[in-house]
Each structure stands twice: as structure tokens, then as C-alpha cells.
Design a binder for this molecule. Structure first.
Ligand SMILES: [Zn+2]
Length: 403
């Protein structure tokens, strides 16, 4: 189908307009505003406004829609944008949703349901607008807990139960509130807390990023393992119980889900995953930190705080380029029950970052930065200190002071 674009007219344009109005990305029509002030002008404005014309306002709304759905933003309605618009017509509750094989139901209502499930703490997977097996399982679990037949479909009964609960969870993100509360209740002391350090990759032929570079050849798997053991020593010295997710040469590669399951089984208080990045362009450099979040407002608040602290301490203490923090739904971040972050400590493909990373002194700086961030996680907010100011050698003394 040819893209529908600015200047086009016809019923398809009216339809696109009405969907975007329904999504509140577009106001119905401006002329109503001038009704009282200028009655004459109003009627002529009404006459001029034609909902079947693809005007500038409609193009802006299409762009906003494309941006919100992660589509290419060109302001034109081609096949892909049309499918997304079509799915966006469905309001949660306007049809029964179920796990249909092989053609899964898709639409805005599915996405709304997935977000509700996630907010209530059910693992509905990524809010991808597709009613798959995982969404059905989350719905079945919810049904079981509210005393409905757990058939995994969302019909009138399930909608009623959701609406009844709706008032209790409005405005809140119970899963994250619970996580934040549990974290607060665990107290301000590092001593006795369990932290899992996850050196990425390793096992089989999963070495992560590899740069063949003579005697300076390092793999991501080896470098992050070195960083993990250094961090292990420092955290243990501060009184934490520390576990690594893998040894130097694990027999088989481990998935993010494997690593999350391990941390869950240990009842860890925090998890920090260490990676390096790589790119074809040697110009890419810097550090980035990731926490769980869907990109549409759902985010682990404690995880986000840890990510910000780790990122800022590293940037301030090392001067690495700041590639900021980002919300992601990776298995490791999503399936862990404790605040979890992953930090990508520079690009092995960047000559600047690599020179620094292969220097053990620099790796010590990184370890100190992460240690300071972990310490600050446990400071009460009112006692927090400026980034880069904690002398980690004083840590044990500071801890002794408070107890
Ligand atoms: Zn990696």
C-alpha cells in the first residue's frame, strides 16, 4: 500500500484522524474554541476544517504516535504504522483477550493489560502488545489469586476483578513500592548484606567482545572476571556477603535467566552485572548503566537509583565518557527479585577505553567507584554525600561509627 501522507484526502485520512483523537494525540477540531468570541468566524472555520484532509496537525500527531511506538518517525502512514494504528483502536475491556495460536491477538488493549499485570507484580513479560503464552500465564496466576477459573483469558469476569483492584493500585507501582520498602527495611548497614557480582559472558566460546591485538589481547569475559574478583575482595572487606555468578572458565555459557535464577536462589540484596561494550566504529567510547524499566514509565525505582549512583561515581572518578543510564527489559534485569543493574564499563573497541581498561590501576578506580555507589545505596537519603567524595578506605571506620 502507498503511504498516506500530508496533502492526501479521503475516508482513510478521517479514520487515521479519529484513531489519533481516541489516543488523545490530536484534539478533535480547533473551531469549537472560537464559538463564543466570534460566532461568524467560527462557522467559517468549521466550514474550512475538513477531517478528511491530511494536514500539518495530523502529520505531527502521526509523528508523535510513531515515536511512542518505536516506529520509524516519518509522519506518513505506511503498512507498519497502519497496523500499529489499527491495533491502537482496541480499548482494554472492549473484547475478550486470549492466547490464540498461531495468530496471537495484538493491540493497545493487550499492551494496557500487560502493563497492569506488571504493575501488580505479575510477570507478563515485555509490554509488547502481543497476547502470548507468558501474558496468558500471568493472567492465569492473577485469576487463581482472585478466585476465578485460571483459563488465562481476559473476559468480563477478569476485567471486573481488575477494575475492582484498580482503585487500590491507582497511581502506585506496587511491585516497585514493595521493592523500595523491602530495601529500606533491610537497614543502612552493608555488613551481612548479600551482593551478587555477575561477570558477563564466559563459558564455551562466549567471550563477549574480543579485540585481536597482539599481546594486549583481552576478551570482555576475562576483563570483567578480573574486575569482578577485585570488587568481590573490596565488598567482602566492607562486610558484605559476595557471590560471583561464574568462575573464570565455566563449563557452559549462562543465559541472563540462569544468572537471575542463581541470584534469586541466594536471596541477594543487590546484583551488579559487569560487561564491556564493542562497536565497529573505534570512536564509540564511554560507560553506560542499565536498570529494569519498560520505557513507558514502569521502572524499578531502587534499580534506577543504583544505576544512577554507579554511573555518576564512575564518570566522576574516572573521567570516562558519560553514555548515561537506560531502562531495559533484559532477562537479567526483569527476572531478578532484587535491585539489579548492568554496567557496560567502556568499549573494548575504543583505543582510548582499551588503553585504560588494560591498566590494573584504572580497574581499581572503577572498583572503588562501584564500591562507593553500593555504600551510598545504603546511606539514608538525607545523609547522602556528593559524588566522588567517599574515601572507600574509610568505609569500615564509617560503618563502625554508625553501629
Ligand atoms: Zn557483554
Amino acid at each position: 500500500m502507498r503511504s498516506i501522507r500530508r496533502g492526501d484526502t479521503g475516508p482513510a485520512v478521517s479514520e487515521i484522524r479519529s484513531i489519533l483523537v481516541g489516543l488523545e494525540l490530536l484534539v478533535v477540531a480547533a473551531p469549537a474554541l472560537s464559538d463564543e468570541a466570534l460566532p461568524g468566524a467560527a462557522s467559517s472555520a468549521v466550514a474550512q476544517f475538513d477531517s478528511a484532509v491530511f494536514d500539518e496537525g495530523l502529520e505531527d500527531a502521526v509523528r508523535a504516535f510513531q515515536q511512542s511506538r518505536g516506529l520509524g518517525v516519518d509522519g506518513m502512514v505506511g503498512d507498519e504504522t497502519w497496523r500499529a494504528l489499527d491495533g491502537a483502536r482496541w480499548r482494554l475491556g472492549s473484547r475478550t483477550l486470549f492466547h490464540s495460536v498461531p495468530d496471537a491477538l495484538t493491540g493497545e488493549d493487550v499492551r494496557a493489560l500487560q502493563e497492569r499485570m506488571l504493575e501488580m507484580g505479575y510477570d507478563a513479560g515485555r509490554p509488547d502488545s502481543i497476547y502470548g503464552a507468558r501474558t496468558a500465564r500471568a493472567v492465569a496466576q492473577f485469576q487463581r489469586e482472585v478466585g476465578l477459573t485460571p483459563d488465562g483469558s481476559c473476559g468480563p469476569q477478569t476485567m471486573k476483578a481488575l477494575r475492582r483492584l484498580g482503585r487500590k493500585v491507582v497511581g502506585g507501582r506496587p511491585q516497585w513500592l514493595r521493592e523500595a520498602e523491602a530495601f529500606r527495611q533491610s537497614g543502612p548497614n552493608l555488613v551481612g548484606k548479600t551482593i551478587v557480582i555477575d561477570p558477563g559472558h564466559g563459558g564455551g566460546d562466549d567471550s563477549g567482545v574480543v579485540v585481536p591485538d597482539g599481546p594486549l589481547r583481552w576478551t570482555e569475559a576475562d576483563l570483567v572476571f578480573d574486575l569482578a574478583t577485585r570488587l568481590e575482595g573490596r565488598l567482602a572487606a566492607a562486610g558484605m556477603r559476595v557471590h560471583l555468578t561464574r568462575g573464570p572458565q565455566p563449563a557452559a555459557p549462562m543465559s541472563g535467566a540462569d544468572r537471575a535464577a542463581l541470584a534469586n536462589s541466594l536471596g541477594a540484596d543487590l546484583l551488579i552485572s559487569l560487561h564491556l561494550d564493542g562497536q565497529e566504529s573505534a570512536a564509540a567510547e564511554g560507560v553506560a548503566t542499565y536498570h529494569y524499566g519498560t520505557g513507558s514509565g514502569l521502572s524499578s525505582t531502587v534499580g534506577e537509583r543504583l544505576a544512577n549512583l554507579v554511573q555518576r561515581e564512575i564518570v566522576v572518578r574516572t573521567g570516562m565518557h558519560d553514555c548515561r543510564t537506560h531502562a531495559k527489559t533484559w532477562d537479567l534485569l526483569r527476572l531478578t527479585r532484587m535491585p539489579t543493574v548492568r554496567v557496560d564499563l567502556g568499549y573494548l573497541t575504543s583505543p582510548v577505553d582499551r588503553e585504560r581498561l588494560i591498566n590494573p590501576m584504572f580497574r581499581e578506580q572503577i572498583v572503588e567507584a562501584i564500591l562507593a555507589a553500593v555504600q551510598r545505596m545504603y546511606f539514608p537519603v538525607e545523609r547522602d554525600v556528593p559524588t566522588g567524595s567517599i574515601d572507600v578506605r574509610q568505609l569500615r571506620m564509617a560503618l563502625a561509627d554508625r553501629t
